[in-house]
Write a protein that binds this ligand. Structure first.
Ligand code: 5GP
Ligand code: ZN
Length: 192
């Protein structure tokens, strides 16, 4: 019998591990080249290496976060301001007929690079550059129930006490306390 000990990672450890191999962090550090179109102290924007249409831009926070809900509110607010500014500027500069602003969170949602980013994609009439979403019909009664169930858990932003991340912060002390040990017993298979 072999004993394998797995240390469950804290959210902070997961974040640090993903930062160490993050392409976008390397772009911010200048280790990987990119075509910058905008930069300030907190945000960096550059052209996507495989654009859907010319002018396809990625807007990222300089600090590494994997998904949007992890970001502190003030940084998310600033990032959104930049996305708004650039989407208007890109609209004008490219002569696009429309603009998509996309933001994928998690592999299931199509996120390939685990560093929060907004896509700003210029669109042209009938360019068919992005596939249509699969849409469903639904009973309005089900929509009502869904809205009630979801709505009861949500409070106005202004009443939130903590304006930081929705992911609990892990301090050094807590880190040690929250380290869980899992022991998995693996029984060696007999050779046939
Ligand atoms: P996601 O699928 O994660 O929402 O989008 C990731 C985007 O990053 C893709 O559109 C992809 O083309 C782009 N991308 C991936 N690697 C690089 C890179 O090294 N440089 C640039 N400029 N874009 C990248
Ligand atoms: Zn990163």
């Amino acid at each position: 019998m072999i004993n394998i000990t797995i240390m469950a990672q804290t959210p902070q450890q997961v974040l640090e591990a993903s930062k160490a191999q993050c392409i976008f962090c390397k772009i911010i550090e200048g280790e990987i080249p990119s075509f910058k179109i905008y930069e300030d102290s907190k945000v960096y924007a550059f052209l996507d290496i495989n654009p859907v249409n010319a002018g396809h831009t990625l807007v990222i926070p300089k600090e590494h976060y994997i998904v949007l809900p992890q970001m502190p509110d003030d940084l998310a607010t600033h990032l959104m301001k930049v996305v708004k500014y650039l989407s208007g500027a890109i609209f004008e500069m490219t002569g696009a007929h429309g603009i998509n602003v996309f933001q994928n969170n998690g592999a299931a949602a199509g996120q390939e690079v685990p560093h929060v980013h907004f896509h700003i994609i210029p669109r042209f009439q009938d360019d068919k550059a992005i596939g249509e979403w699969k849409r469903n019909q639904i009973d309005p009664e089900k929509l009502k129930q869904m809205a009630e169930a979801m709505g009861k858990n949500l409070k106005p932003i202004s009443s939130r006490v903590n304006l930081g991340s929705t992911t609990p912060k892990v301090t050094k002390k807590k880190k040690v306390a929250t380290k869980r040990k899992k022991t998995i017993k693996v029984t060696k298979r007999k050779k046939l």
